[in-house]
Design a protein around this ligand. Sequence first.
Ligand SMILES: [Zn+2]
Length: 687
Amino acid sequence: MINAEVNDKTHQLTGSETITYYNNAPESLKFLWLQLDQNLLADQSIMNQTNTGTVKDSIPAAFFTTATGVMVTDYKGGYAIKSVKDAAGKSLSYIINNTMMRIDLPSPLKTGEKFSFSIDWSYTEYDRQVYDGRGGYEFFPEDGNYVYTFAQWFPRMCVYDDYEGWQNKQFLGQGEFALTFGNYSVKITVPADHIVGATGTIQNAKTVLTKEQLERFEKAKKSFEAPVFIVTEKEAREKEKTKSDKKATWEFYAENVRDFAFATSRKFIWDAQAVKLGDKTPLAQSLYPKEANPLWERESTKAIRNALELYSERTFEYPYPVAYSIHSAHQGMEYPMICFNGERPKKDGSYSKQTLYDLVAVVIHEVGHNFFPMIVNSDERQWSWMDEGLNTFLEKETVRLRYPELFGTHGTPKGIAPFMKGEKNQMRPIMTSSDNVRPGEFGPNAYAKPSAALTILRETVMGPEIFDKAFKEYAQRWAFKHPAPADFFRSMEDASAVDLDWFWRGWFYTTDNVDVDMAEVKWFKLQSESVEPEKKKLKVKRGDLKSETTGAKGNANDFSDGPEQFSLINTPEYLQGEFKSRVDDNAIRQKLDGKNIYQIKFKNVGGLITPLVIEWTFKDGSKEIERIPAEVWRLNEDVITKVFIKDREVVNILLDPNFELADVEMRNNVFPKKTTPSKFDQFKSNN
Ligand SMILES: [Zn+2]
């Protein structure tokens, strides 16, 4: 239970919260840990003390904030904790260690018992233009109004679990949150002309909405085709001109959520529509200032709907009653039932295809976070990829299926290949603690690389049908629980009968890349006219006839030398063993007669084990794609040789023709080596 009040003049947020904590652990607890995330922006915070940077010849003034760990502005962040009391009003002893607060309990809290306590606090919200962050406010000089997005705004419980006890790793800015589930009843007091959106459903719509707004709100709950405007742009523009001195208190309730966030402004336009998901009809809602139009009124709520539908199909039905998308500049941040998204059109209202994509992608992504990590509640402080990677994968799938005209390479194998080609010794594996990934590599490491890896699993290693079933199983098994990485790895194998140990090891625990070199191609034909089946002792002479006249084979770069010929001798008696019947040597000879036999040597240069996707182009111009599972490397991870039999003569062999393996070097993927296939040209020109 929280009561909070926003001061629109000083930007101070004052709160008073009561937490009832249930000890569901098998052991008793002597103390509780809470997270004081706002202390990240306190003087001498652990982030400022440990962020590193350099001074160059000329440096943008804005860098002297949190980016370099040197803050020279007047803003004073961090919590003022006024009191920490038990249910009887007696002060509790506590200690603050940077972004964590330990509350000592009067007596150990036994298994199954609960403990109620309250905290009174305040802090001043920051200007996100100066302090890039997940919340803050945006100021609009033209009309003198603010859009507030409040995030990590109240002291929040740490997770206590059977995996590591208290998860109280300090907040350093990059590694996000580890949070426990709870029910929230929150009253937010704001200027009376504000519109508030939050985690949860509005409990007092009749009090805070006008009669007309209330009617529109009810209508939106039954509108499945298009959004209904609860506050129009015209009405919002009108409200910008005055500033109410009155206050209004909005009440929200949310059940089984890991966090609570809210946004408030008198600038908000508000549209909403219902989304049909099985027997649930969550309300998709967007709040945005006029500066976001016309892009937002066209695309935001639609993107919420697309995300909810596709994610529900691939995981579980979205269980919450509402899903908000809020606009304020330069954001992309997620909370249960609500997210904050940037991307706005130019001043004249026009926008590029890139801006359209960026908006659609960010709304899908942040709404998608409801599934990972808001419900499948992984530890973000430790493993960013567990929510960002899985979520980027489904974001990419939603864009691919719902916005094919906007679909690009983000989160795909083709998109990640240039990153994977980088210096292996300097990169860090996906399985790296969130704050230990260099900021410049955070995007690929936590988002795009795991998404590309999952795409390879779906499209190439497992196949869509098995992958989708396994992925869904993981999501359903770990919904409203705290999965660790191995829980994901195990579930994917358990539900699919695909051995993926090699895949997790290579893609998640190393910085190796996929680079297969098609090092050698040999072409053979059976020399049928020289075979004398009756001569039982005839030995095989590999490539005997042709090689004598054309010199050493195997170093050839093309097929111009023609096939090497080889002979088939009769199966020797000792190979027949104790069987009374005999192998029909002539029948085998006849099967191979006239066939083209290709022997390919594959070298694993990049280190990652990979399936092989081979495109054969025949003399008549037709093509065939052949897929070889990764188990082909099981006896030798460095080099393998494999034989293929083709009816027709081959003129070109290409590895990874559709860029589905993330092979970082396409030049060694083709035979004949001299010519360059058109797809390689495409790949080069696209990268
Ligand atoms: Zn994300």
